[in-house]
Write a protein that binds this ligand. Structure first.
Ligand code: SF4
Ligand code: SF4
Ligand code: FES
Length: 247
């Protein structure tokens, strides 16, 4: 057992400050374990959100030493413990209390994205046929646990607060999962260009670096979507083809 100091953000949207808590830690613990010990022994009213403690529900997102992280997957052994470990709420979303933020904006954004629209069934029993190689790309995107760490780190939302104009990396991944699905027939390119604001992304790749599911957000989702938007709206050959293509 060793004693470690945690600087934990306490407060609400009106006021708050970091408070120091010293607690005992042991090998194998994650930051969430230490916070639970602090909550049990020193700060019963500490608000934090968690559910699975297995990196799968996406609810324990916060910032550890300034890095957007899952509290349940951040091992103390990966941090320097000879200095205080800071734990603070996600910065990109409104604070409710302590480590809990209001991420409901994300659910509103998801509702604005055109839903999956499959082609008519391939077989009389109402089922479809797909080749595995055609869904390999989409399977990566479906690993998303909606932790919103990528939304938290993206400077377009975090620093420029363009929540009304940009859907953020999580939802560009969602659009990519729909657009690249072999059965989908919907067209979301006009929305990507305007309402979803894909042009705001300048490929810094910060979102990819923090994704706990290791989804290659920028290279596999955002860049191919940007290429589709460019092909559709800015490629002169495609424009001519559209004019002369029989409707
Ligand atoms: S690559 Fe784009 S979406 Fe990802 S963090 Fe950078 S600007 Fe945001
Ligand atoms: S893409 Fe990755 S970082 Fe973003 S919400 Fe999904 S799992 Fe979290
Ligand atoms: S508690 Fe579920 S991801 Fe951390």
């Amino acid at each position: 057992m060793a004693k470690v100091t945690f600087k934990v953000w306490r407060g609400d949207a009106q006021a708050g400050a970091f408070r120091d808590y010293e607690t005992e830690v042991s090998e194998g613990m994650v930051v969430l374990d230490a916070l639970h010990r602090i909550q049990a022994q020193q700060a019963n009213d500490l608000a934090l959100r968690w559910n699975c403690k297995a990196g799968k529900c996406g609810s324990c997102s916060a910032e550890v030493n300034g890095v957007p992280s899952l509290l349940c997957m951040t091992r103390l052994g990966s941090l320097r413990l000879d200095q205080p470990v800071t734990v603070e709420p996600l910065r990109t979303f409104p604070l409710i209390r302590d480590l809990v933020t209001d991420v409901s904006w994300n659910y509103q954004v998801k509702k604005q994205i055109k839903k999956f629209k499959p082609r008519p069934p391939d077989a009389k029993d109402g089922t479809w046929r797909m080749a595995q190689r055609d869904i390999d790309r989409v399977q990566e995107f479906r690993k998303c646990i909606e932790c919103f760490l990528c939304q938290d780190v993206c400077h377009v939302l975090r620093e420029h607060h363009l929540h009304q104009e940009f859907i953020g990396p999580r939802f560009l991944v969602h659009v990519a999962a729909l657009e690249m699905h072999p059965l989908d027939t919907e067209d979301r390119l006009a929305e990507l260009k305007k309402a979803h604001g894909i042009g705001y992304c300048n490929i810094t790749k910060c979102c990819t670096k923090v994704c706990p599911e290791n989804i290659t957000i920028t290279d596999n989702a955002i860049i191919p979507l940007k290429e589709r938007v460019v092909d559709q709206f800015f490629d002169p050959v495609q424009k001519l083809l559209r004019i002369f293509r029989p409707s």
